[in-house]
Design a protein around this ligand. Structure first.
Ligand code: FCB
Length: 456
């Protein structure tokens, strides 16, 4: 008997800027990632998404590949600057047409399209007017979500507003390692609020559009966090990391309230009090929650036991006062520790707050320094092992009665890994960036076999 229900969703995931290329085609405007990648030193190998996997010109081939792998859903993202080149106002029909063709190609091959509206590529003109530090960007997002959903709801039924608002807020505006590369300290907490508000307003607008069988949700990255010891200081480190990493996002969306301790830590209690009315939109019911899960953190407090000024806690992606401890567990090529059981922890976080709310793992995967061997195959045994261990964890969550309903492997193919450029490979399909040749790795075939076995 299968460990997964018959209607469990099996997918692969990608994001626009990481795979599409064609950055200046069909009227696309510049995004913060075009600007950031062109900034010397921002991306380790000096690369950009200008060509990436050239997916923009290879839709047929890439969707055919997914069919070969036997997946039944494809999570991709829609590039806001293809639809609204300056962020608001003038719509670029060719941008919408591209995503219609992508969705139709999926449907023709029996693959359900899942669209993410914002996977980090904010139109540059909106950043020039304040980006996510400005409330106007939340309203601009709602306008973009509403018109894109209305234009494509006949071919796309699954919609994710934002991908990982934690990353947009804290990597984008906290430590600046992602676009737009700003270091705004506590401003990054304001960015988190505007992102969540954008999610809420966008969701409301899409609901108002109606449409047949629409499933609307949000994807967050959650951290399974454990203390390095049973000391009081390490427990405090867990509270802080769990606060900014998980509760700041889960609580307002699922329970309608921000965590008071996190607002106090960051000195934002008054700022949030003035915006209390936004919580109605932010907590509007979602049809599902997406979780991206990669690793678990084991944390400790400062060596001297003294937590520095907590209002500076966001200067370093939310955890200046928190140290991540090496547990000795095996690590991927990203240096991320491998802890499959953390996947069960993060699904449980949603289950505790919203029992029965459908959850999908919208990303899970690992980077390894893959090479195509002399026989033309990619023997990525480490990725196969990572995949199987995490599918076992997913089965465990299902077995424990949690409403885990789907799993999307990150990623369909190797791609532009943000600040790491092309130096990290996450695909279950190898991409030769010189020739754009795709080669299914052993993990791709292993995923196909696992999906087939799960279907029974
Ligand atoms: C996630 C991102 C995704 C990819 C993976 C490795 O944080 O959503 O685009 O970069 O990490």
């Amino acid at each position: 008997m299968s460990r997964f229900p018959a209607d469990f969703v099996w997918g692969t995931a990608t994001a626009a800027y990481q795979i599409e290329g064609a950055v200046a085609e069909d009227g696309r405007g510049p995004s913060i990632w075009d600007t950031f990648a062109a900034t010397p030193g921002a991306v380790v190998d000096g690369s950009t998404g200008e060509v990436a996997c050239d997916h923009y010109h290879r839709v047929e081939q890439d969707v055919a590949l997914m069919q070969q792998l036997g997946v039944d859903a494809y999570r991709f993202s829609i590039a806001w600057p293809r639809v609204l080149p300056t962020g608001t106002g003038q719509v670029e029909q060719r941008g919408l047409d591209f995503y219609r063709r992508l969705a139709e190609t999926c449907l023709d091959r029996g693959i359900t399209p899942w669209a993410t509206l914002y996977h980090w590529d904010l139109p540059q003109p909106l950043e020039d007017r304040g980006g996510w530090l400005s409330r106007d960007t939340a309203e601009a997002f709602a306008e973009y979500a509403a018109l894109t959903h209305d234009a494509l709801k006949d071919v796309i039924g699954h919609w994710i507003t934002l991908n990982e608002p934690w990353c947009s807020a804290f990597l984008g505006y906290g430590n600046g390692v992602h676009a737009p590369g700003r270091t705004e300290g506590v401003g990054s907490v304001h960015a988190a609020h505007h992102l969540l508000l954008g999610h809420g307003l966008g969701l409301q607008a899409m609901r108002a559009n109606g449409g047949h069988d629409q499933q609307l949700g949000l994807t967050v990255n959650l951290y399974s966090v454990r203390p390095a010891s049973d000391s009081v200081v390490d427990a405090e480190a867990v509270r802080r990391q769990d606060g900014l990493g998980n509760r700041l996002f889960l609580d307002p969306v699922l329970t309608g309230a921000y965590p008071a301790d996190v607002l106090a830590d960051t000195g934002t209690t008054d700022w949030f009090a003035e915006r209390a009315d936004d919580l109605a939109a932010i907590s509007a019911p979602v049809d599902f929650l997406g979780i991206n899960y990669y690793s678990r953190h084991t944390v400790a407090g400062p060596e001297d036991g003294v937590f520095a000024d907590p209002t500076r806690a966001t200067a370093s992606w939310g955890s200046e006062n928190v140290r991540t401890v090496d547990t000795g567990a095996a690590k991927t090529d990203m240096g991320w520790e491998i802890h499959p059981d953390g996947l069960v922890d993060v699904v449980a976080m949603v289950h505790e707050r919203a029992p029965g709310l459908p959850v999908h793992i919208t990303e899970n995967g690992s980077a390894w320094p893959d090479e195509v061997g002399p026989d033309g195959t990619v023997a990525d045994h480490d990725r196969v092992a990572y995949l199987q261990a995490h599918l076992d964890a997913a089965a465990q969550a299902v077995g424990q009665g949690m409403a885990l309903r789907g799993y999307f492997c990150w990623s369909l193919m190797d791609n532009f890994e943000w600040a790491f450029g092309y130096s990290k490979r996450f695909g279950i399909v190898h991409v030769d960036y010189e020739t754009q040749q795709r080669t299914v790795k052993q993990s791709g075939w292993a995923y196909r076999d696992a999906v087939a076995a799960a279907r029974g």
